[in-house]
Write a protein that binds this ligand. Structure first.
Ligand code: SF4
Ligand code: SF4
Length: 91
């Protein structure tokens, strides 16, 4: 045995009483760097949308845009974009 507690033994730290509450918590002010999409390079593949951990990338046909109210600036989208159409810019 590792000596670690099982999930049943860990104290409850919070409750999520209803679904779809993530939109109430705007996480954009966590950001130090912001992703900027180069619309000329973007091929509309939506890889960034798949990888983004927030509801921060949305489709504006045929490309994408970033919702800066929710983007935390993690940079995953820039890392995963296959054509390097996203660069992280200091705020
Ligand atoms: S920087 Fe992170 S949170 Fe912001 S759009 Fe990219 S993947 Fe989403
Ligand atoms: S991953 Fe890159 S090319 Fe694909 S939609 Fe996002 S910005 Fe555009």
């Amino acid at each position: 045995m590792s000596g670690l507690k099982s999930w049943r033994e860990i104290p409850i730290g919070g409750y999520i009483l209803e679904g779809r509450t993530a939109r109430e918590y705007k996480t954009g002010d966590w950001r130090v760097f912001k992703p900027v999409v180069d619309k000329e390079k973007c091929i509309g593949c939506l890889i960034c949308w798949i990888y983004c951990p927030e509801p921060a990338i949305f489709r504006v046909e045929p490309k994408v845009e970033v919702d800066y109210e929710y983007c935390k600036g993690c940079g995953i989208c820039a890392e995963e974009c296959p054509v390097k159409a996203i660069r992280m810019v200091e705020e």
